[in-house]
Design a protein around this ligand. Structure first.
Ligand SMILES: Nc1nc2c(ncn2[C@@H]2O[C@H](COP(=O)(O)OP(=O)(O)O)[C@@H](O)[C@H]2O)c(=O)[nH]1
Ligand SMILES: [Mg+2]
Length: 405
């Protein structure tokens, strides 16, 4: 009897083993032929288990982004996933910049808090019950601290004194309107602040030269302005005439690539004037609308600066007159900016000022001072390092941002 039981147990075990082999053999046959490439990293101990592989893990896309980026994993990923990953690397999406209309209003919060407090401070001072001499002196100091400049400050204080006297009773709303009006008048609304960036009738592109000392934000401004123009439907060519370092041209090119604008560049240390000339030449050939030429500012002597910048402009003008010469000034440098403005104005006819870094200074009054100094309007202001942080300068919106409306 015991033998019989033993024999049955052996038989059951044997049948079980054979069935197992057959089933696993079938499962093995059911597997797709050599799906996994031979380059796959050493398999984990669990992988040879046929039972484990019967569940098709590769049909469920469980790969994380990190895994897809790893070379080994890309090979094991499905073909579609691999192709998609490749496309993402090869064709960076071209960005669509923000529209420019109303940018200053949108960026108003960027005007530094201290700058805002100057506008609000003026309003508070004007709203005092008694406008005595001390108060007028405080108003004057506030304006001077903001770098408005001595003459414009005195003019403004005079006008405010006269108008406040006429006003008699002063309601907050009246005072605000009065200050708004006088600050806007001080900045000026007559000047043409538009940029000449439209193609000429003869098909020649508009040429914009961007000048200024090192670090003020020329390249950044060229890039941001390029985006603005592209957003407005223009075709733009960038000229990397800052040939001191390859990195400077790379920086400009990166800006251009983001919006699909081509950059013309020369060899490191090459002649800036010839790069500028080539940029305009190529833009003419392509029928582009606008050429933006970014120049170098790291010149140690005034003579060197005069020579090089003068040459760039003269050489470019062989193609026709330059439409805009934008002087970029860093608002945080205050009065120093005025000295720079004078030097540049001697070399080239500046047609517009770009005041950068207004997001980081309380010296917004420099807008007034620099316009007086050069007799040239501020056309653009920089309010941050972001790609769309450049705004057309509008006196009304600027003053509203200062004193709040
Ligand atoms: N906060 C702030 N930074 C700016 C602005 N414009 C430019 N910058 C920064 O200033 C630095 C110098 O700019 P860059 O364009 O290289 O100056 P460049 O030497 O005149 O070409 C960079 O770090 C820019 O991001 C601005 O409006 N606001
Ligand atoms: Mg630069």
């Amino acid at each position: 009897m015991e033998y019989v039981i033993l024999a049955v147990v052996i038989a059951v075990v044997a049948i079980g083993a054979v069935t197992g082999l057959v089933v696993s053999g079938r499962r093995r046959k059911e597997l797709p032929p050599v799906e996994r490439p031979t380059t796959v990293a050493p398999t984990t101990p669990s992988e040879p288990q046929v039972g484990d592989e019967a569940a098709p893990p590769r049909e469920a896309p469980v790969q994380t982004i990190e895994e897809v980026q790893l070379p080994d994993s890309v090979e094991t990923a499905g073909a579609v996933e691999a192709v998609e990953a490749e496309q993402a690397v090869e064709a960076p999406a071209v960005e669509v910049p923000e529209p420019t209309a109303g940018r200053l209003v949108r960026l108003r919060s960027r005007l530094s808090r201290s700058q805002n407090s100057i506008g609000k401070g003026l309003l508070a001072l004007l709203s005092r019950d008694r406008l005595d001499e001390d108060t007028w002196e405080e108003i004057e100091e506030t304006l001077l601290t903001a770098d408005v400049g001595v003459a414009p400050t005195q003019e403004l204080v005079e006008r405010l004194r006269t108008r406040v006297k006429v006003l008699g009773t002063r309601t907050p709303a009246e005072l605000r309107a009065l200050l708004q009006e006088e600050l806007v008048a001080l900045i000026g609304t007559e000047a043409d602040r538009t940029l000449k960036t439209a193609k000429h009738e003869d098909g020649r592109p508009a040429v914009v030269l961007v000048v200024g000392v090192n670090g003020v934000g020329k390249t950044t401004t060229s890039g941001k302005l390029g985006r603005v123009l592209v957003a407005d439907g223009r075709t733009v060519v960038l000229g990397a005439a800052d040939t001191f370092r390859a990195a400077a041209a790379d920086q400009l090119q990166t800006w251009g690539e983001r919006v699909g604008a081509r950059t013309v560049r020369g060899p490191e240390g090459g002649d800036p004037a010839s790069v500028a000339f080539d940029a305009v030449k190529e833009a003419i050939a392509e029928g582009a609308d606008t050429v933006l030429i970014d120049t170098a500012g790291r010149l140690h002597t005034k003579t060197g600066l005069m020579d090089e910048l003068g040459k760039v402009k003269r050489v470019v003008e062989k193609h026709g007159p330059v439409d805009e010469v934008l002087l970029v000034l860093d608002a945080t440098t205050g009065q120093n900016g005025l000295v720079q403005a004078r030097v540049f104005a001697e070399v080239v006819d500046i047609t517009g000022i770009v005041l950068t870094k207004l997001d980081g200074t309380a010296k917004g009054g420099i807008v007034v001072a620099v316009q007086r100094e050069l007799g040239v309007p501020v056309k653009l202001i920089g309010l941050g390092e972001g790609a769309d942080d450049l705004a057309p300068f509008e006196p009304g919106a600027f003053v509203d941002a200062l004193i709040g409306d």
